[in-house]
Every structure is written in C-alpha cells, then in structure tokens.
Design a protein around this ligand. Sequence first.
Ligand SMILES: [Fe+2]
Length: 203
Amino acid sequence: MKLNSKEALNLLNACRGKAINDDWILHSICIGNTASVIAKHLNLDEDYAKTLGYIHDIGKREGWNQYEGVLPHAIKGYNYIKSLGYDDDYAEICIKHSFLNHDINCLANDRDYTDSKDSRYEFIKQIVQKEDSIYDKIINLCDLMCSTKLDFMEKRLMDLLIRHGVYKNTHYHLLEARKLKTQMDDLLGYNLYDLFPELRANI
Ligand SMILES: [Fe+2]
C-alpha cells in the first residue's frame, strides 16, 4: 500500500505528546519539507520524498534512549510502518536513513556493530545493504542537515561530533557524508545550499 505526505503527516501528528518532547516531529517535518524541495529540483516525485522524510524517525514515537544506539528506533519504525500495511520502501527508510553508503558500519556517532551479537544486527544489515534509491540518498542527506530546523550539513556534523564524540567509523561517515553532498550538487548542477536562501541567516 502506498503512503502519501498528508497521511504521513497525520501519523506524525498522532504522536504529539507521546515522547519526552516533540522535537523529533519538528525534525521529521523539516526533513520531509527539505527533501521535497530537492526532489522538485531534480524532477523527482516531491510528495514521495516528503513522505519518506516525515516517517523516517517514526520509530521514536513512544520515546527513545539515545544511548541505545540507532537499532531500536529503526526496528520499531520498520515494524510500525509494516503493521499499517505500507509497502517495504516506506518501512525500510526507517532503517536505512541512519546509514550512509548502504553500509551498516557507516553511521555518525554510535556503537560499532561490526562484531555485534545483537539479534537485530543481521536483519538490519540485510536491509541496509540494499542499493540506495535517489530518494534514500536525499533523506540521508536531509537527516544530516536538519535538527528541528534546516542547517548546513557541515555545521550539523560538527554539532554531532561535539555532542557525541568520535567513534571508530566517524571518519568513514564524514567522508561518505561529504561524498553524498557532492553527489547531490553534481546532480543539481549547482550547490544544493542555493535552494535554501534561508541558510544564509545561519552563517
Ligand atoms: Fe532523523
């Protein structure tokens, strides 16, 4: 079953007040809206990009513990979207958005899962290893650009480094993040930040 951005927004709004705060909802809306602008300028499906952005963190709807790493919210989001009967691509973005280069080891600030005995590891790995669609890549990039509001990827990555420190794969993740931004600039034919003049206020 397909999902559209209006229904996805309804899913988000139904979650208001259930977690410690609603910042993750503002973050999700920021990602969806940013992704739709990028999709529009790449002649892609704007509403599909927006939908994926809105639901990517839906696994946080009942709260989450940042010290648990990314696996719990990823799995919860995947299972929730599947339980509602939506197609695999909607469920899979709940997992794929945290990993760059479709590699389970390419994540910003988290545990090293390389030798993980976590029972969820193999399942997540299987999903993450699938080739990323252009929409997956847009959501990946937007997740690196949005807190509760849009910012430069470089500033947000710096903020993550300051807040969470450096892990074994942080350097790898930074390289892939920069590659992703460059790839999107190349597809557009200009700097992606030019699409968002409001960023200038954040310099
Ligand atoms: Fe996110």
